[in-house]
Design a protein around this ligand. Structure first.
Ligand code: CP3
Length: 347
């Protein structure tokens, strides 16, 4: 009798099935920022590490923090514990996280940047450690910031949600801005490709500040670089799906999906998912989009909102998620309650 290799006997993780365009009978879910400050066990390891970047760059600790939410809850995926700003670090820009304030980047000298992945190898080591510990029915998600969003932080040096100086730089000096975005596009391809080689089963591209650009600039700085990243990764790693998340893209979400070629599309809470579904190819997996504020509140409002989303997405490939990250004051019991709502729903 022929022995079937063990690998083939294992079913594809349900999250990957959804990203392959299948309507799964159990809806897969994970939560953006599912590892983090709302979990006491995260705060303990964070304190042990001393700083956020130390936590990211100590593979054993980063792997443990990545797995923490799955030890408590029944998510279908782990997302590697890292940050979108490790790419500027690999390019040679200084980076600090100031307690209670957020990221602060050093002065930008575009001409002196050179991508050196050896500056961030602990991220890949952490991915390999997680993949070895993660059950085969759970997916491991790698990620990067999109070039536009990362450029926002690199140029301004900190986040303020408006990035006026960056919008101005893109408008007034498109040649130089384009050079930076081009460099980031290639660096992002290398960073995501290395994560896939280290064990990521899917990757997500966070374009958190996509929504501040008007349509023409959105095409140039959001869609075009993302299309290049998706094309190259799909060529190098045809089995690895890519989720794009152009936060607050509004009416441009559907164009983003069609023109970038992503396999999954993440939506923020301002989007009506049924309406979005009507404008997006049925082969593309939608992801989202519960308001993190409702997860913070909990109770009947949370249950009703989650059920609405599940009902609206019943007949299409779908991954349940928040529309943005878990808020740090969220009681962990609310995550358990949400998990129960998702699990009790059947397509
Ligand atoms: O989702 C996950 O659980 C994986 C880990 C993850 C982090 N950052 C860890 C983190 C992911 C996917 C990110 C992405 C990220 N980082 C984005 C895109 C998503 C978004 O939120 O829009 C952005 C813009 C960043 C940049 C960044 N990192 C900011 C602005 C901040 C400060 C804000 C804050 O919440 O403190 C960070 C720090 C950061 N990244 C923390 C975590 C858990 C908090 C650090 C701490 O523990 O003190």
């Amino acid at each position: 009798m022929r022995t079937v290799p063990k690998q083939n006997m294992q079913e594809t993780p349900v999250l990957l099935q959804a990203l392959q365009g299948k309507v799964t009978n159990r809806v897969p879910f994970w939560l953006m920022r599912q590892a983090g400050r709302y979990l006491p066990e995260y705060r303990a390891l964070r304190q042990q590490a001393g700083s956020f970047l130390n936590l990211c760059f100590t593979p054993e600790l980063a792997a443990e923090v990545t797995l923490q939410p799955l030890r408590r809850f029944d998510m279908d995926a782990a997302i590697i514990f890292s940050d979108i700003l490790v790419v500027p670090l690999a390019l040679g820009q200084k980076l600090d996280f100031v307690e209670g304030e957020g990221p602060r980047l050093g002065p930008l000298d575009t001409g002196s940047l050179r991508y050196d992945s050896s500056r961030i190898t602990p991220v890949y080591d952490a991915l390999s450690l997680v993949r070895r510990q993660l059950p085969p029915d759970k997916a491991l998600i790698g990620f990067a910031g999109a070039p536009w969003t990362v450029a926002c932080y690199m140029i301004q040096g900190y986040g303020d949600g408006a990035f006026e100086s960056v919008v101005a730089a893109a408008k007034n000096n498109p040649a130089e801005f384009g050079m930076l975005v081009g460099m980031l596009t290639e660096a992002t391809i290398e960073h995501l490709s290395a994560q896939i080689r280290a064990g990521a089963d899917a990757v997500q591209i966070f374009d958190s500040w996509a929504g501040i650009l008007p349509e023409t600039e959105f095409s140039t700085w959001v869609i075009a670089p993302t299309r290049r990243i998706v094309a190259e990764l799909n060529k190098r790693h045809p089995a690895t799906p890519i989720i794009g998340f152009p936060r607050q893209a509004g009416y441009l979400y559907a164009r983003y999906a069609a023109e970038t070629g992503v396999q999954g599309l993440g939506a923020d809470p301002s989007v009506d998912l049924s309406q979005l579904a009507a404008g997006v190819s049925p082969g593309i997996c939608l992801q989202g989009n519960l308001d993190p504020g409702l997860l913070l509140k909990g109770g009947e409002e949370l249950t009703a909102a989650a059920e609405n989303i599940l009902e609206a997405m019943r007949h299409r490939p779908f991954i349940f998620n928040l529309g943005h990250g878990v808020i740090k004051e969220t009681p962990p019991e609310h995550v358990a309650a949400l998990s129960a709502v998702i699990r009790s729903f059947r397509q």
